[in-house]
Every structure is written in C-alpha cells, then in structure tokens.
Design a protein around this ligand. Sequence first.
Ligand code: CA
Length: 423
Amino acid sequence: MLKANNPQLSSWINVPKDSDFPIQNIPFGIFKTSNKSPRMATIIGDTVIDLQAMAEMGYFNDLDLIKSVFSQKYINEFMALGKPKTLALRDRIAELFASDNTLIRDDENAKGKIFQHVSNVDLLLPVQIGDYTDFYSSREHATNVGMMFRDPANALLPNWLHLPVGYHGRASSIVVSGTSLHRPKGQIRPNQEEPPLFSPTRQLDFELEVAFVVGKSSALGSSVSTEAAEDYIFGLALFNDWSARDIQSWEYVPLGPFLGKNFGSTLSPWIVTLEALEMLRVPGPVQDPKVLPYLEYSGKNSFDINLDVNIRTEKGAEKNVCHSNFKYMYWTMVQQLAHHTVNGCNLRVGDLCASGTISGPTPDSYGSMLEISWKGTKPVAMPDGSERKFINDGDTVVMRGWGERNGVRIGFGNCEGKVLPTL
Ligand code: CA
C-alpha cells in the first residue's frame, strides 16, 4: 500500500472535522500570493503547502525529480514525470507531515516558508488543458434528456448502450472554481411558430460532472486498453459544465453541442490523484447488452463519491438541489478512455475528460436544473421564498464531492461559480 493511503496515518497539521483534505488525500494544485509567483502546492486541512519552497529546501532531493516542475504555472510537467515519481512525492509528503515526524514540525523557519492558510492564497487553474472531451455516461441523465427533448418511449438512442457517447468540447473557457461568468447570449427559439431571437439565455443550467486529467501521452495511431487506462489517469476534480438549454436545443441538430456549452465550465482547484481514491472503489454497473471486447474490463472501476449541488442566492440563502454519486455512471472512466483511443486518437498530458452529467435514479439525485425542474415545469422553492427553474443572475452554484471509509474522508474542495448579468 502507498504510505499516504494508510488509514491509520494522522498529521501534526490541524485537520478540521469534515475537511476534504486529510493526510491521506494530498492533491495537487497551483497557488499564488501577493509575494509568491504561481507554484505547485498540496493541502492538508486548511494549510496550503508550498512544494516549490520544499523542493528548494531539499526535502525531495533524493527523489530524482526535476525541481523546475514545482515553479510552473500548471502541474502538467509534474504529471508528465510519471506515476512512479509523482506517487513517491505523495508518499514523501505524507511521511514529512505525519504525526510522528518532527523534522518540519519543530522548524519554525521552514514552516514560515512552506505554509499558507488557504484563505490567504489565490488558487489557480491547476492544469493547462489541452483537449477537453465531454462524455454523456449517466444512463439516468441520457434517459431524462431523451424523454424531454425527443421521445419518452425511446429516450435512449440506439448507440447509447453500446458505446460511451461523447463530443469534443472547448478548453479555452474552462476556469477555476471561484471565477464568475457572465450569462451567455445567443440564438434561441422559444416559440416554434416564430423565427429565432437573439437574447441572453433564459435557461442557464449547471451540469454536475467529475472530470479526469490525463497524465500520460499515447502515440497517434495506438489505442489504450481498459486494462492500461488507469495508468493514463493522473487524477480527478469536480466539474460544472455550464449549459444554456435554449441555445443548446435550437443549435444541436445535427452536430451536437456548440455555443450552448462552450461559454464556460468550472473546475475545482485540486487534482485528487486516482490513488487517493483507491479506498472508494466499487464495482461498476451490470452492462446489458454485453459490450464489445475492447470495452470489457475487470475489477472495481467505479468510485463511491457523494456529489452535492447547492444554489446560493446573492443574499446568501443556500439550498441543496441535488445529492448524487459518481458510482451511478453507466460507463466507467477506463471504458471512456479505451473508447476515446480505439480509433488511434492520441492522448496528451493535460487533456481533460468529463463524465457527463451524473444523475441518479431518483429526482433528488438529478444533476442538472433541466431535470430537477423537469424543463421548468417543477420549480424549486428557495429558502428566501423565490423559485428556480434555471439559474438566475447573482446565483452561485456550489458543487461538493467526497467519499468516506474507515473514518477517512477524501474530498475535492468546492467547485463554485457565480453568474453575473450578460455583458
Ligand atoms: Ca456535459
């Protein structure tokens, strides 16, 4: 077992109850402060740990790492070192901050250079995202959308149970949690008897997703098997794939999502390694019909990660609108990656693959307002007396994700974004 995964481990750094970041997590991100340039960090409890400072002080000297990876604006070069090295670093961090290690604990000068309270730093987009792919892998979500937009009797299209449907999205507009976005505008056609209008979207929505980051490249022309796929997955983060439903429903035939999606997506700031999620593995769903051989896999390749979505109004009234779980996905990440590359499409370090909206079987687990309000027919009552069919200007959408085993909670930190009026 990796040292950092030991559930018995505790840290001399304070970890508040219900923190997403115990010593068993050790995710990777990028921060800056008024006097520190962007650099790599991890977090334990509410304490951001400056990995560049630690590297300069020699704590990683024997790990054969290239020191410059810690002073980059993104973690791409670090990921590209490969899992043996990145996991050795994770273990070293766990060792240095474990309760029984006094090396840094008793060195006030070192602590002063290494530690920052999370409230005193700016967390930046951790990954320079190359290509962004969005899947559509929740059976409940695909069924709900099919029922609303097409035919309730044949909600799933014929290909859906045979392959993980996906499309290529846009990386330029992916922002880190805490970044506000303006309500997009575009063509909508609210009345089918009349021509389309140009307008701010009237149906701004979130999509609750989990994204994985590719940490290893593959060669053009080659394919990654389901068996090898996890070697290519560096880590995971929460992802809000903001969507303008009225723009989307007018534009999407025949080539799929475009301006209804590419105006913005929000990523949580810490990339949680696949290895930190090890204890949360559960079997994937039974797949019927049987999949083609290149999509077969063995082992537990789903993850029991609770996912919550709250809407917070301008004045701070907050309402939970969804409790879902990553284990509801029909298609697993290893199947998504195998399908993505089966035609020879190459992967690059920094590519991002999102799961698609993660809806569960019951209405309280639906992962978008489109489904929660059932296309606006069932508005949600907010604590301040107002109603929501979709997202209003001034609202903040807050996503949280965490799993727990043996008293250890591994989480992602918030994935938040506020909606501002149209520019
Ligand atoms: Ca999506």
